[in-house]
Design a protein. Structure first.
Length: 350
């Protein structure tokens, strides 16, 4: 790896080699002032947990093609989901807590307060307890569930499928909102305050809804499918990618309707992954198909319509497949980069 600029740096902490392309990454929270560990999932179903110093804690196998992983907010459990199976492991020693067959399962989300886990399971959504056992199952949706999340905490679960997003209230077994879209939803995110749900569509548009009343907006003109979306911790900015361009939208006040996005230009190949840096709500890390990693700083004075260039980054020729961010236990955030070769880079953000 070589530095791109010196104004913002990514400093190597450790590096690991795995035997298959990195499909997914997630951090295992270390608790107050303790460093985070890392869980990495390979495309063929191998799961590895790395301690904060980069040493391997253990390795397990899903025995299925891996589609998603999700670490519990308390750092004690890891869910792994595949094309036809689902497993829950102890993060400490890798003991299997639950294992069962499932439908296509490409998304999972933990609720921080209740420690419940929502999972996509074919055309249904299931909510699991901490032991991995099902406590609620939705009626089947119109097509395979592509994303699940908790837009307003433990009370509601949102699920995307063809032609929209359905919001369920598991405790009452009712649908509270049906948010319509013209096609398939390829990515989904929710504002930290639960006010907005936003989906990226296969038809290269961005569709968003206000959860309270279902009113919606649509953004068009993207060069390709919008499949990655995420809000920063403060909830003002939401980033999305399309081809080699990242765009940040201002959700303060009445939301993004009528506002231009902030365009982040610097990638020369399609953006494949990005992550906001926790505790640094206006810092974004992104990676692309060519293997390069860029750092973006959104200044407090930034306004809709601005164009930003990277504040720093690293050049590499190993394509980026996954990015997540965590804490070193001090003030220094850590970014983890997963690559097609199976390599994982742990870097401190300066």
């Amino acid at each position: 790896m070589t530095a791109l600029t010196n104004s913002a740096q990514l400093r190597p902490r450790w590096q690991a080699e795995t035997s298959e392309p990195v499909m997914a990454l997630d951090v295992l929270p270390g608790g107050r002032n303790a460093p985070d560990a890392l869980v990495a999932g390979g495309s063929e179903g191998t799961l590895r947990v790395f301690d904060p110093d980069g040493s391997t804690r253990y390795e397990r196998d899903l025995d299925d093609a891996l589609l998603a992983i999700a670490a519990s907010p308390d750092g004690t459990r890891i869910a792994a989901l595949g094309m036809g199976s689902r497993q829950l492991w102890s993060a400490t020693d890798g003991a299997v807590l639950h294992s069962e067959g499932a439908g296509w399962s490409a998304s999972a989300a933990w609720d921080k307060k209740s420690q419940s886990l929502a999972v996509a399971d074919g055309r249904r959504v299931r909510v699991l307890d901490r032991s991995g056992k099902t406590r609620w199952t939705s009626a089947p949706l119109t097509s395979t569930v592509t994303n699940v999340l908790w837009p307003r905490g433990q009370l509601r679960v949102a699920a995307s499928s063809y032609q929209g997003v359905t919001i369920f209230e598991p405790d009452t077994d009712r649908i509270t909102n049906t948010l319509e879209a013209p096609g398939a939803i390829s990515g989904l995110t929710a504002a930290p305050n639960g006010r907005w749900v936003v989906g990226g569509s296969q038809d290269a548009t961005l569709h968003g809804w206000k959860v309270t009343d279902g009113s919606d907006f649509q953004m068009t003109g993207f060069p390709a499918t919008v499949s990655h979306l995420a809000f920063e911790d403060g909830g003002r900015w939401m980033a999305c990618e399309s081809a080699e361009v990242l765009t940040c939208w201002d959700f303060s006040g009445t939301g993004p309707t009528g506002r231009a996005g902030i365009v982040l230009t610097g990638h020369q190949a399609a953006v494949t992954a990005f992550s906001w840096v926790p505790g640094h709500s206006q810092t974004l890390i992104s990676g692309d198909q060519d293997g390069n990693v860029l750092i973006w700083r959104i200044a407090p004075t930034a306004k809709p319509g601005d164009e930003l260039h990277p504040a720093g980054g690293l050049r590499d020729d190993d394509p980026v497949t996954a990015i997540t961010t965590g804490s070193s236990g001090a003030t220094t955030p850590i970014v983890y980069i997963g690559r097609r070769s199976g390599r994982i880079d742990a870097l401190a953000v300066a």
